[in-house]
Design a binder for this molecule. Structure first.
Ligand code: FES
Length: 92
């Protein structure tokens, strides 16, 4: 892991500009990029975008990045379809 200066207030370092994070309650966490995310398997995903949408629902096919899959809703089960009746008076 690269060494970075300790910028914790009170420890002598200059305060680094704060990284702004915005949380969408029904969607991703929006983070000002660039961003690196350490994943469970030990790999690191990186995005150099200005604003990065990090998936929190785990439905994204591009995980850890949001691909808007969180917007998809499951529909209520549709009632079973009735078999079509032949139209009356229409010989075919
Ligand atoms: S938060 Fe958008 S796909 Fe998961």
């Amino acid at each position: 892991m690269p060494s970075t200066p300790d910028t914790t207030p009170g420890r002598g370092g200059a305060a680094a500009p704060a990284r702004r994070v915005r949380v969408d309650p029904e969607g991703p966490v929006l983070v000002e990029g660039p961003v690196e995310i350490a994943l469970d398997d030990g790999t690191v995903a990186r995005s150099d975008r200005f604003m990065v949408a990090v998936c929190t629902c785990r439905r994204s096919r591009a995980y850890p990045w949001c691909d808007t899959s969180h917007r998809r809703r499951e529909r209520a089960a549709a009632p079973p379809e009735e078999p079509k009746k032949p139209e009356e008076g229409n010989p075919s």
